[in-house]
Design a protein around this ligand. Structure first.
Ligand code: GLV
Ligand code: MN
Ligand code: MN
Length: 419
């Protein structure tokens, strides 16, 4: 891989073509929707595992459903360099979020394989099973299992069809009883690197292909259930109603107001379900989710505490029952300074100006930081659009990312390199 423009057949073209192919594997025919432990997930694993083997890797699927390819190093006992991202998607997703980091890893290993080059340590490429946390009310199942930080209680959590994580995993061919064996022993991981589409507008606005992530903001996810009284839309006077949707609407506006008032805080009500959901029935039940994020754990903690209190007050004032489940709390995470320096050195060596930026989205890198130095390389995203089918990136940027990643690997292979 050189700095010259992509040739007819180049690593970047292969990467872009594979992203298109993987992006067609979906549970739905009209949109990309790939949830963990589904037939689409299985199909994606088989496709990617084939590409891993072509790149000289041995492959395995671990007990939680992560696909892992291994390219052996000169010393099979040396701590492993892990590269990767996730195979799951949001509903109606773009095809780069997650898939890019997996397939970029495969592509740089293919470059080493083609050059018959072995690094002092093994390189493993991981395709995590769950980062989006869309199917189950939990997230980072795969990366937490690898770090040994996955609480077995999550196996009891259910999706909307009432299927537990444990049952879905077992039906998928995973092994919930062997979760502990998915964890890499302490000291066996040298570092983790994740390439990811930026999912925001910063790099594009500054006309830069790549950026190094400094830190990833923390997030809390809450599920709120409001119980009112369903009734006839024509006969119940306004003052006699206990309308669950009206309460939910007040909460959505509260979240918007509270988070708009504080810099460095964002809040979203992303799901709202209204029951029974008929034009002529007063809503008896509303279910809504809150997603609150900040680079400051203190600000996020204060906002969540205030919102929880205010939601109970809104419910009480409207005569609604209210339960709030705190489904996910992930502290903000700083990317490993040593790895950031290696990425910066690789960018400079490739003639690309170094740009540092924080990440607003959550990533497996946050979970991986519990086990080893972890860092991320962002790739420019067109229009800043993500979690959307129009998500896109360019071939030259793909080429640039591959060159920088490969060079970073080789820098890490130098005798005195320290991630
Ligand atoms: C995942 O993309 C998230 O940030 O929620
Ligand atoms: Mn992602
Ligand atoms: Mn995502």
């Amino acid at each position: 891989m050189t700095g010259s423009p992509p040739e007819a057949s180049s690593p970047g073209r292969t990467l872009m073509a594979r992203l298109d192919e993987l992006g067609r594997i979906s549970a739905d025919s009209d949109r990309l929707n790939r949830q963990p432990f589904t037939p689409a997930h299985r199909q994606a694993i088989e496709l990617v595992a084939g590409w891993m083997r072509l790149a000289g890797m041995s492959t395995r699927v671990d007990p939680i459903g992560n696909l892992i390819g291994r390219y052996e190093g000169q010393d099979p006992t040396a701590p492993v360099l892990l590269i990767g991202s996730h195979l799951d998607t949001v509903v109606d997703a773009g095809r780069y979020d997650g898939a890019l980091g997996v397939l970029a890893g495969v592509q740089v290993v293919a470059a080493l394989h083609d050059a018959e080059e072995r690094l002092p340590f093994a390189v493993e490429v991981v395709a995590f099973c769950d980062e989006e946390g869309v199917r189950f009310p939990t997230t980072f199942l795969g990366s937490k299992a690898i770090c040994g930080t996955l609480d077995r209680k999550v196996l009891e959590l259910q999706d909307q069809a009432g299927i537990t994580v444990g049952a879905a995993l077992r039906a998928f061919g995973g092994d919930p009883d062997a979760l502990a064996s998915a964890a890499y022993p302490p000291g066996s991981l040298r570092a983790f690197l994740e390439v990811h589409i930026e999912q925001g507008p910063v790099l594009e606005a500054e006309d830069r292909p790549l950026g190094i992530v400094t830190a990833i903001q923390g997030q809390s996810r809450l599920a709120v259930v409001l119980d009112g009284v369903a009734g006839h839309a024509g006969t119940v006077p306004m003052g006699h109603r206990r309308d669950a949707l009206a309460g939910a609407a007040e909460i959505a506006l509260l979240v918007e107001r509270r988070c708009s008032a504080t810099p460095d805080l964002v809040g979203t009500v992303g799901r709202l379900e209204v029951l029974p959901g008929a034009v002529n029935v007063i809503p008896g039940r509303a279910l809504l989710t809150l997603d609150i994020r900040s680079p400051s754990d203190l600000l996020r903690g204060q906002a969540v505490a205030e919102l929880v209190q205010a939601i109970h007050q809104i419910a009480a004032a409207r005569g609604l029952g209210c339960t709030i489940a705190r489904e996910h709390d992930q502290p903000a995470s700083v990317c490993a300074p040593g790895l950031q320096r290696v990425l910066a050195q690789a960018m400079r060596a490739e003639g690309i100006q170094v740009k540092y930026l924080p990440s607003g989205a959550g990533h497996d890198t946050m979970a991986m930081a519990a086990a080893c130095p972890a860092a991320m390389l962002f790739v420019r995203c067109q229009g800043g659009i993500s979690h959307h089918p129009l998500e896109s990136m360019t071939l030259p940027d793909a080429e640039a990312a591959l060159r920088v990643l490969l060079r970073a690997l080789r820098l890490l292979a130098l005798p005195k390199a320290r991630p």
